[in-house]
Each structure stands twice: as C-alpha cells, then as structure tokens.
Ligand binder design. Structure first.
Ligand code: 2P0
Length: 327
C-alpha cells in the first residue's frame, strides 16, 4: 500500500490571525521548521458509496468528520476527483496538543488526493499549486508542511501565499525537544483563539505591526547562521502571540504550571551558561518545544527530564517534504 506522508512543522515566527478567514489566508508571513519525528500518512481510494474518512482504522466523530468532508467537497473545485472517496489517515502526532497535527494531516491528505485525481482546475499552473490550494483550505499551517526544513510562508498579494525554503548553515545542527506535558484536547482551538484575538485583543494591532520586522530579521539571521538571534526572535514571537491571547476578551492562555517551569529554566540556564543554544517556543497548547544546537541536546534534555519528570520527551531534527511511504 502506498501512503502520502507529510511531516508536522513548528513555527519560529508565528501565524496568528487571518486576513481572509474562510480561505485561511494568514494576516502575516510566518517561519517554521518541518520536523522528521512527527508525521501523518494518508491514502485516498475511489469507492462506490459516499465519501468516508477513517483515522487510525476508525471513523471520526461527527464534528471532526464534517470538517474533513466539507474540505473534501471544497477540494473537488480544485482537483478532478472520483465521485466518492475513502480517505484513510494514520499519524504519530499527539492530537490537539500544540504540535500542529492538522498541519501534517491536511498536507498529507492534500497530497493523497492529488494521487487519485484525474487533473486539476485550469486556474492552477501545476499540480503542486493545486495541492497548495487544497492544503491551505484545510489549515493555514499545512502549507508549511509542503516544504522541507526551514520554511517561510510568504503572503503573496491579498489572496495568495508562497512557500519558500530558507537555506541556512544551521539546518543540520538544529534539534527540537518536544515536551509532551498535557496531551488532552485544548479548550480553545487555534482557529477560535485567532478569531477572538483579531476581534478583541488590545494587542492585535501591535502584533501585526511588529510582525513583518520579526520575519525579516529571523530570515536574515537564519541565512547568516546566527542561531542566538534566531532563538531570541522565536521566544519573542512566542511571547507576543501569547500576550495577544491574554489581552483578548474574554482572556485566555495556554500556559500550564509546567510550561512556565520549563521557560523559567531555559531563561536561567542561558544566563548561567554563556553560549548555551537552548530556546523555547509554545503554540496553541500547553506543551513547550525547545530548540537547540546538537551540541547542547544531551545536557538540555537531561536537565528538562529532571525538571518535569512526568513529561514525555521526543527529539526531532529537520524533516522532509511530503513523500511516498509503503506500508
Ligand atoms: C503557527 N499556529 O504558526 C501558529 C502558532 C498555532 C500557534 O498555525 O485555522 O491549525 O487551520 O489555519 O493552521 C495553528 O493554526 O489554523 C497555527 P487554521 P492552524 O504554527
């Protein structure tokens, strides 16, 4: 059996807010790293019945199923697809835990649909463009999972986006420690969180106005291989994003006591040990992701395991773009 496998990604400079909500056009650019350790596999097959979604061998609950079936219907305006499809996925990403499972899921499903399509709408220049469109209709961050390693999602006019790989001498040196603190479903999904922030946060305008500079600075620092500057910009983008949530009405936050404990340790460890390459980030969930250079991986991982002994630790490096896997 042939699967389309796509890997999840973690943003260094965050996507938080939309210019066009229905189409998932982000309000800003973002920069991410695609990871090797977390992925979704998807497979699409023509069927004689009605469209069906099977995740981990089971049918989805009605709410989740509707999101995917509506998306599949939207994909039919982009690709020429069989009248009925069974879409099957497996993934190793803890769901709804701030590890962007929707990014790898929609990137994998879009790639799998393209495999069974008979063509694409002439609005698109290539099959790749059609896949990009479908992935974005599923989830804004899924676009970044269509590219390997460090990626910039660039807004292109008011209604389109481009996906660009960022070349950096740091690429092979970066390690990510994902600390799984709380894998229960989050209370406020990123879609709802972004909407509330855009509608009510006292800090949303400030977020939008500083963001372009953060993106440019981060890309420049990556290209120059200036990891400490990249790390500082990642922490800053993280905290600004979370500040917009705390300044929303009603306010909300994703931090849990262990999240704060880890961020405190990272900040203090850098003060104690000059040159330590360890930096934190958090997304729309309590889990903290630590980025560091390979040389500091063991020391950082050992210290974190002591600080949060109940956390499950998983290590990742740069990951590939979607590809086929047999299984
Ligand atoms: C990011 N997040 O840049 C940011 C940071 C969460 C926090 O992209 O509504 O699931 O499907 O476009 O892609 C999560 O947002 O949102 C996300 P939709 P998505 O990684």
């Amino acid at each position: 059996m042939v699967w389309s496998q796509a890997h999840t990604n973690i943003a260094l400079i965050k996507y938080w807010g939309k210019a066009l909500s229905k189409q998932n056009i982000p309000a800003t650019d973002s920069i991410s790293l695609t990871l090797d350790s977390f992925w979704t596999r998807a497979r699409a097959e023509a069927s004689t019945g009605i469209d069906k979604v099977v995740v981990h061998g089971e049918e989805l609950n009605p709410v989740e199923e509707k999101r995917v079936l509506d998306w599949l219907q939207a994909a039919r305006s982009v690709l020429t697809l069989p009248n009925a499809i069974v879409l099957e996925t497996w993934n190793n990403v803890p769901k709804a835990a701030g590890l962007a499972s929707s990014a790898s899921a929609f990137a994998a499903m879009a790639t799998a649909l393209a495999r069974v399509s008979l063509g694409y709408d002439p609005r698109f220049n290539s099959k790749e463009d059609a896949i990009k469109e479908i992935a974005r209709l599923g989830s804004g961050s899924a676009l970044r999972s269509l590219q390997a390693s460090f990626v910039r999602l660039r807004r292109h006019g008011s209604e389109n986006v481009a996906i660009e790989k960022i070349d950096t001498p740091l690429e092979d040196e970066i390690r990510v420690i994902a600390l799984l603190l709380d894998t229960k479903a989050k209370k406020i999904g990123s879609r709802e969180g972004m909407k509330r922030v855009a509608e009510s946060s006292a800090f949303y305008e400030a977020w939008l106005s500083e963001h372009p500079t953060d993106v440019e600075n981060c890309q420049e620092a990556l290209e120059k291989g200036d990891w400490h500057r990249v790390g500082a910009l990642m922490e800053s983008s993280t905290l600004k994003m979370h500040a917009t949530c705390m300044a929303a009405t009603p306010p909300f936050w994703y931090f849990q006591p262990d999240s704060i404990k880890i961020m405190n340790w990272v900040t203090e460890a850098r003060l104690k040990q000059k040159g330590l390459s360890t930096y934190f980030t958090m997304d729309a969930g309590a889990n903290v992701k630590i980025f560091c250079l390979a040389r500091d991986l063991k020391e950082t991982g050992d210290a974190l395991q002591e600080i949060v002994p109940n956390a499950k630790i998983q290590i990742a490096s740069k990951g590939p773009k979607p590809h086929e896997e047999k299984g």
